[in-house]
Design a protein around this ligand. Structure first.
Ligand code: ARG
Length: 231
């Protein structure tokens, strides 16, 4: 008789732009991808009985990678938008977010989005922040590959403000000890993050949604949430 084959776990190929703390970033020591999204997708993978493999790529490359079938899902603090939903499906929303603005700590003139008219603004390419900043009258928009580069440009004085997701802005400022920059004004938008999946892959979307539901019921979602956002 043939020896029984050990069943190999199926792989879930996950794409993410991994410089978006506290959602996805690389741990300096272990070099592992960590963060709220990373814990969540690993927990989802466990529920689904699959092995999670995380691949880092540019944010604007995630939807094309899904469409090409190079990855199965994208989790990347990605806002569910009507525009994106034409190209990919989204899981049930898993996090409420919104855009805010960051200015230098000693800036007392920029207080609201209205004040950004005619100013220089740094954003991450392909994001809702980039989209919204482009609507601001007479503003000069500088697009960077990732949020840390946008923050660096603010610090260097090359721009007047960064428009980016509020929880990421707050995390950045807390990490820097509030020395360089501050969040000002009310959030500009109200957004929800979803896991993006190819439209051809409805089975995966169903499984991901079931897993999210299970994690909300069994307290695991709450545990992960508190780990990253609990005060
Ligand atoms: N929520 C924003 C968007 O969907 C920004 C996401 C950026 N994510 C990242 N991992 N860099 O456009």
């Amino acid at each position: 008789a043939k020896p029984a084959e050990t069943p190999k776990a199926k792989v879930l190929k996950v794409g993410s732009e991994t410089t978006f703390a506290p959602f996805e970033f690389q741990d300096e020591k272990s070099k592992e991808y960590v963060g709220f999204d990373m814990d969540l997708i690993r927990a989802i993978g466990k529920e689904m009985g699959v092995e999670v493999q995380i691949q880092s790529m540019g944010f604007d490359g995630l939807i094309p990678a899904l469409e090409a079938g190079n990855i199965d899902v994208a989790i990347s603090g990605m806002t569910i938008t009507a525009e994106r939903a034409k190209k990919v499906d989204f899981s049930t929303p898993y996090y409420k977010s919104g855009l805010s603005m960051v200015v230098k700590v000693d800036n007392d003139t920029l207080k609201t989005f209205k004040d950004l008219e005619g100013k220089r603004i740094a954003v991450q390419i392909g994001t809702t922040g980039a989209m919204e900043a482009k609507k601001i009258k007479d503003a000069t928009i500088r697009e960077f590959n990732n949020a840390p580069e946008a923050f660096m440009e603010l610090k260097a004085g090359g721009v007047d403000a960064v428009v980016n997701d509020l929880p990421v802005n707050e995390y950045y400022i807390a990490q820097a000890g509030g020395k360089d920059a501050k969040v000002v004004g009310e959030p500009l938008t109200s957004e929800e993050y979803g896991i993006a999946i190819s439209k051809k892959n409805t089975e995966t979307t169903e499984k991901v949604n079931k897993a999210i539901e299970a994690l909300k019921k069994n307290g695991e979602y709450e545990r992960i949430y508190m780990k990253w956002f609990g005060k």
